[in-house]
Every structure is written in structure tokens, then in C-alpha cells.
Design a binder for this molecule. Structure first.
Ligand code: AMP
Ligand code: MG
Length: 285
């Protein structure tokens, strides 16, 4: 079964995250999966090259997850497989004063991919119905209207030639704590520790509920959500890489037709150099 079928949230279905095992590996084994991912990465690169060369369509990948679920690792993996020319990542943080003066989609609109580009959103428009809801940053009457606004916004993007895939990286509280501890034990990762990440664990159930609503209300045919079991990094990469490949392949892209007559160009500029070389060196008698 295709990964995109296996993990896609069918539009309108109720999601119960407690019933989805973050440690699920669909029968795959790590050793083989790592080789498979290396192959998929080459495919991702080829397909991104086609997208860039075409210069018409684009790909937007939205990444959402609780802390330490692997957003950074996923970005590193997916974009690492691509040609940096034509790719971009944008992280959305707590809105600035300037951003707060505008509607919540204002800062998002400025970062959508240009034709030919692949853009990954590290957090996204969805923070405005997640952290904002959990921490009561705006009243329910405001955030509850945003699902429809987001769906409309994404529909328009898709109509204009952007393909959208949205990944929710699903981890367990125990695995999150284990990763926080690793950050503590590894000097190279100490800088990632923030006490607020620990404090956010208190809101696990609220976030779960907020995510379940996001997944039910905003997984659409044109911009589907995928729930990726992410307790195993290798499986997360395998699933994400497969879905990116399946999505890009489904576009049926081909290299654009040349803008010039190749035969003319060949005749005009290459014929002389392609003549069998005349040798003036006289043969010894
Ligand atoms: P990080 O991704 O770890 O660098 O953290 C970014 C922080 O910005 C997270 O705590 C997010 O919840 C927060 N953030 C992102 N978007 C919003 C938003 N629209 N409103 C409030 N906080 C946000
Ligand atoms: Mg953080």
C-alpha cells in the first residue's frame, strides 16, 4: 500500500490520536529502510529538478508537531535531498508586533512558494488554531472561524499551481521526554533546551484535542494531512520521503520543451567542432 494512502487523513473523518501508535513501523526494519530512504532521496532530487525546470508549479510542505517530534530533522532530511537552488524553509515563531497588526494569514502569504519552488513551513498557519487556542491567546469565536479561512486560503493556493502536503509528526510523551533528556546530555544539543518545552507537556491533552480538530477540519482533497508515526526517526524519514515522492510523481512532470530549435543550434554552433578533425601532421615517409 502506498504510504500516502496509509497515513492520509480522509477529509472530514474524526481522528483519535490515542488510537494511533507513534511507534508504528508498518512491518519495516531499520537497516533496509535506511537503504530505501537513500534511493528515495535520489528520486526526490530528480523530481524537484523537474519542478524547478518547469517553473510553473510549486510544492508547499507544512510541518506541525509538538516539541522534539522531529520537525528540524525532517527538514534536514527532505531539503537535504534537494538542490538548494529552488528550495526554502521558513519557520514561524511567536508573531512580532508588526505581524499582529495584520490578519493571521498575512505573514503566511508572504512566504508561499514561487513558481518552481519547494518551501517547507516549520510551523505554519496552523499555530493560530493550536498554540493560540491552547493558551487562549484569542477568544474561541475568533480561532474557531480560522479553519474555514485556512481551507479557503489553501484552496486558492492550489488553484494557482501550488501543491500542498501537511505532515503531523506524531510522538509519544515518553519519547519526547527521552529526546529532551538527550538534549541535556549532549553538549552539542544543549542550546535546544527551553524550559517552556517542558512546561508545554502539561498541555499535552489540550494540544491533542486541538490537533484532532485541525486534522478533521482541514484535511482536504487538495491539501491533505498525513499523520506520521514519529517515535522512530528512521521510519518518519521513510514515510515522509515516500509521500513526497508519491506526491511529486503524481504530477506527471516532464522537462519543458526547449525554447529553441535544437537542430538549428546544433548546425549553427556545433557543426564545425563536430567535423572529423583534419590532421595536418604529415606522416613520416
Ligand atoms: P520553535 O519552533 O521551537 O522555534 O518555537 C517557536 C514558538 O513560536 C513556538 O512556541 C510556537 O508555538 C510559537 N508560535 C508560532 N506561531 C505562533 C502564533 N501564531 N501565535 C503564538 N505563538 C506562535
Ligand atoms: Mg521549541
Amino acid at each position: 500500500m502506498k504510504f500516502s494512502k496509509l497515513f492520509q487523513v480522509k477529509p472530514g473523518t474524526r481522528v483519535n490520536l490515542k488510537n494511533i501508535d507513534p511507534g508504528f513501523t508498518a512491518g519495516h526494519k531499520k537497516k533496509k529502510a535506511l537503504k530505501e530512504v537513500a534511493k528515495l532521496d535520489r528520486k526526490i532530487r530528480e523530481l524537484q529538478c523537474l519542478l524547478y525546470a518547469g517553473g510553473k508549479r510549486s510544492l508547499l510542505i507544512c510541518l506541525q508537531a509538538l516539541d522534539a517530534a522531529g520537525k528540524d530533522g525532517t527538514i534536514n532530511h527532505v531539503l537535504g535531498a534537494m538542490n538548494p537552488q529552488g528550495t526554502r524553509v521558513h519557520g514561524f515563531k511567536t508573531p512580532t508586533k508588526e505581524e499582529l497588526k495584520h490578519d493571521f494569514l498575512w505573514r503566511i502569504r508572504q512566504q508561499v512558494p514561487k513558481p518552481g519552488e519547494v518551501v517547507i513551513f516549520n510551523r505554519s498557519q496552523y499555530e493560530d488554531v493550536l498554540v493560540v487556542r491552547v493558551h487562549k491567546l484569542v477568544p474561541p469565536a475568533i480561532w474557531s472561524r480560522r479553519y474555514a479561512l485556512i481551507n479557503l486560503f489553501e484552496k486558492k493556493l492550489v488553484a494557482d499551481g501550488t501543491h500542498i502536503i501537511k505532515f503531523f509528526l506524531h510522538i509519544s510523551p515518553a519519547e519526547q521526554l527521552r529526546r529532551f533528556k538527550q538534549r541535556l546530555d549532549d553538549p552539542a544539543r544543549n542550546w535546544k533546551i527551553s524550559e517552556s518545552d517542558y512546561l508545554e507537556r502539561e498541555y499535552w491533552n489540550d494540544y491533542t484535542q486541538a490537533y484532532e480538530d485541525v486534522l478533521r477540519k482541514t484535511s482536504t482533497k487538495h491539501a491533505p494531512w498525513y499523520i506520521i508515526p514519529s517515535d522512530h526517526k528512521w521510519f518518519r524519514n521513510l514515510a515522509v520521503a515516500n509521500i513526497v515522492v508519491e506526491t511529486l510523481k503524481s504530477l506527471g512532470m516532464k522537462f519543458p520543451r526547449p525554447k529553441v530549435n535544437l537542430a538549428d543550434i546544433r548546425r549553427k554552433y556545433h557543426q564545425a567542432s563536430e567535423q572529423p578533425t583534419q590532421t595536418n601532421v604529415s606522416q613520416p615517409a
